[in-house]
Design a protein around this ligand. Structure first.
Ligand code: NAP
Length: 257
């Protein structure tokens, strides 16, 4: 039976991916900070699906905690077949007015933890000659975005890193996918304190279920990049040809309250 490690499984897209994979009979390792939510999810998924679920209460902004994840799984004899780097959050507003420690934590979770977990997962996957890595980027990864400058840049990192790694791993049996959701109905916008942003009012956010299913299908198929939604795919294509200053300005208009 395959085992998936999902970060950010206590909410939104990650929680939905956990439910879908459990229904398919996949054992799970659920990681996030809110342990009680993860314990309740574990009880629900084990009862309904007969799978084995482990809970890792971990703050992914803490490098030592991140580096403890794979050693602790190895000690329990758990091999990770699917690594789903989904945990992440955004901040909204002017860079110079945003708390520096929050910005650093965002870089630590969105970039550093994802990179270090991927690096820890690979030796085992390479040894077994198979594996899947799903890195959750964003449709914002394709452009500079004023008022979400650092968040957009972290997701550009996730996208570029994943695409490059997918090429390096060709022929190894390991596939890497960058999932790029557009606005999605999760706790994301509340956490980013941007429920009143024009963008959120303008677009009806996609349901987490559809995004999670789409991402998992892309991961299984080994697609390097998966942009959810026709409009988001069109935008990702279109911004390649638009002047970058215009794109950054357009994001500013959309992100404004
Ligand atoms: N929703 C959107 O519109 C959207 C669009 C594009 C991309 N995304 C990306 O999709 C991913 C999932 O977000 P979501 O929409 O499902 O948002 P969400 O409902 O807010 O879920 C975020 C998850 O990340 C976890 N997380 C945040 N900080 C963490 C930390 N320091 N340590 C461990 N876990 C942490 C949270 O768990 P705890 O709080 O329990 O730690 C939670 O489970 C993120 O990478 C996000 O950037 C979202």
């Amino acid at each position: 039976m395959a085992t998936a490690l999902i970060t950010g499984a206590s909410s939104g897209i990650g929680m939905e991916m956990a439910r879908i994979l459990a229904r398919r009979g996949t054992d799970l390792v659920l990681a996030a900070r809110r342990e009680e939510i993860l314990q309740n999810l574990k009880a629900e998924l084990e009862r309904q699906n007969g799978v084995q679920v482990r809970v890792l209460a971990v703050d992914l902004a803490d490098r030592a905690a991140v580096d403890g994840v794979f050693p602790s799984l190895r000690a329990d004899g758990v091999a990770v077949d699917y690594l789903i780097n989904n945990a992440g959050f955004g901040t909204h507003g002017f860079f110079q007015e945003t708390d520096l420690e929050r910005l650093q934590a965002m870089i630590d979770v969105n970039i550093t933890a994802l990179t270090r977990l991927t690096r820890q997962a690979l030796p085992g996957m390479l040894q077994r000659g198979r594996g899947r890595i799903l890195n959750v980027a964003s449709s914002i990864a394709f452009q500079p975005a004023a008022l979400m400058s650092v968040y957009a840049a972290t997701k550009a990192y996730v996208l570029h890193f994943s695409e490059a790694l997918a090429v390096e791993l060709k022929g190894t049996g390991i596939k890497v996918t960058a999932l790029c959701p557009g606005p999605t109905a999760s706790a994301f916008f509340t956490v980013a304190d941007m429920d009143d942003a024009f963008l959120v009012k303008l677009f009806k956010p996609a349901a987490v279920r559809g995004v999670a299913e789409y991402g998992l299908a892309a991961m299984m198929a080994g697609r390097p990049v998966a942009i959810h939604g026709r409009f988001n795919r069109l935008m990702a294509f279109g911004v390649r040809f638009a002047p970058r200053r215009f794109v950054a300005w357009l994001a500013y208009r959309l992100m404004k309250g």
